[in-house]
Design a protein around this ligand. Structure first.
Ligand SMILES: [Zn+2]
Length: 361
């Protein structure tokens, strides 16, 4: 290359570079200036901000202590399903699973046989009431008799939605707890508008709304429920889902104070505790004898959120079910003694026939 040609060559490069320097930043700037205006406002589903927070994470795959899941559902499982279940339970330290969906009569017998019959130490089966003959006279008596028969056939508790005096007295006599699901989250009773914090869930499941034209109000249900707890002081009740007071722990505390026969599980309401880690910690320490571990819909990979919230002080982590909580949650690190009670000691106290020797002191 002679010197003249190389000068020309260099100047061509310089011009090109110069042009790029002038044009490119301008193009970049223009794009930057325009982007926010051009972009439409995302919908609530589209807006998925990635957290930039850098903080310590403890992903706990296995509970620190063996635990009892007081709130699970398995309808007519096959032997193969139960075998797989036990293998999965072992991976997360789930020692005893309580199946609330045992049914009654023949179905209960079959469920007990396939679960408890094959793994006596690993499963507890609760019976359910059949409402088929609800309108024929003497229903309460028949149900109480069926329950007695179910208990003889291996049922260790009752899962129920409604109030039946004779049945609850029978549970006290048989010394089995009643796991009771009354009401729904209070937001389901509120208008489905942009102020409703369960807006997404109600969009996905419109049938979960409880409009006043069709359903009794939240407060009425709770008044009836509290009346029921007071009326049967010898019956132990486990109110499912933090008794739907997870968003008002002070109120739940008052319910406990007034009713020594009332307990709760934390199934499917972990996000309520996780959004108030200080209050949740203090509440669980204060009422450590009244709260039980439960998960509700079984999915082996979702328990780790419970472990992480109960056992660590991790901050601002994503929840596993967006429709329950658009917010992130925080761990509230319970002391070991409290953790043991929530994980298994309270369930051992309430549910007859679980082998306590499988659990630490
Ligand atoms: Zn459930």
């Amino acid at each position: 290359m002679n010197s003249r040609r190389s000068v020309t060559f260099v100047s061509v490069i310089l011009v090109a570079t110069f042009a790029a320097l002038i044009v490119w930043p301008r193009a970049a700037m223009t794009q930057q200036d325009q982007t926010p205006q051009k972009q439409q406002t995302p919908t609530i589903d589209e807006y998925q901000p990635k957290s930039t927070l850098v903080t310590k994470e403890h992903k706990i795959e296995r509970a620190k202590f063996p635990f009892i899941d007081i709130h699970s559902h398995h309808w007519n499982p096959t032997p193969e399903e139960v075998d797989r279940l036990v293998k999965e339970m072992d991976t997360i330290n789930l020692r005893v699973m309580v199946n609330l969906s045992g049914g009654t009569g023949e179905q209960l017998r079959k469920t007990v046989a396939v679960m408890k019959g094959r793994y006596p130490d690993r499963f507890v089966v609760f019976s359910n009431m059949s409402y088929d003959d609800l309108n024929a006279p003497g229903f309460g008596k028949r149900v109480a008799a069926r329950l007695e028969e179910d208990v003889k056939n291996g049922a260790q508790g009752l899962k129920i939605f409604k109030e039946f005096d004779l049945v609850f007295e029978k549970c006290a006599e048989l010394k089995i707890p009643v796991l009771i699901h009354i009401a729904e989250p209070s937001a389901f009773f509120d208008p489905w508008d942009y102020h409703n914090e369960r807006w997404e869930e109600l969009k996905e499941f419109p049938g979960r709304t409880r409009p006043p034209a069709k359903y009794p109000p939240f407060e009425t249900l709770l008044t009836e429920r509290n009346h029921l707890f007071a009326k049967h002081p010898k019956t132990n009740f486990i109110a499912a889902h933090l008794a739907f007071h997870g968003n008002d722990l002070e109120r739940l505390g008052k319910l406990f104070d007034g009713n020594p026969n009332v307990y709760v599980d934390i199934a499917a309401v972990l996000a309520e505790l996780g959004r108030q880690p200080y209050s949740a910690h203090d509440f669980l320490v204060k009422y450590q004898d009244r709260v039980l571990m439960g998960k509700d819909i079984y999915e082996v990979n979702e328990y780790k959120w419970y472990f992480r919230a109960l056992e660590t002080r991790d901050e601002y982590f994503e929840y596993y079910r967006k429709r329950h909580a658009f917010w992130r949650i925080y761990g509230f690190q319970l002391p070991d003694e409290v953790l043991k009670k929530v994980y298994y000691k309270n369930a051992l106290k309430l549910v007859p026939g679980i082998d306590a020797k499988a659990f630490p002191e």
